[in-house]
Ligand binder design. Structure first.
Ligand SMILES: [Zn+2]
Length: 108
């Protein structure tokens, strides 16, 4: 997972969107990111890893286009991850990847 702060990409998103994940890249509007938001975006990275970029985008923007942001299945799942362990339970095949990403985020 790679973070890009003060990303110009966010200019194209509504003001209430503070970050956008594309594959392993996380584009952040501000110059910092909370641990809570990093975990949320890391969940999206795992979703991309599981489904692949095109299937993720198709589900998010086509299949669920009529759903409100918080009702989209990927968002419901990401908002349900309150700790790294929650994410490991959802993505047991990605535990090594998750722990490596979390180590960078949390600094241990
Ligand atoms: Zn999200």
């Amino acid at each position: 997972m790679k973070l890009y702060f003060k990303s110009w990409l966010l200019r194209f998103f509504p003001d209430n969107i503070d970050a956008f994940t594309f594959g392993h890249r996380v584009f952040v509007r501000a110059d910092t990111i909370s641990r809570k938001m990093q975990l949320h975006e890391l969940c999206h990275v795992c979703q991309y890893r599981k489904h692949g970029i095109w299937k993720f985008l198709w589900i998010y923007f086509v299949r669920e286009r009529r759903l409100e942001y918080r009702d989209k299945s990927f968002e419901v799942e990401a908002y349900s991850c309150l700790t790294p362990v929650d994410l490991e339970i959802l993505y047991p095949d990605d535990v090594t990847f998750i722990r490596s990403a979390v180590r960078k985020v949390y600094g241990y």
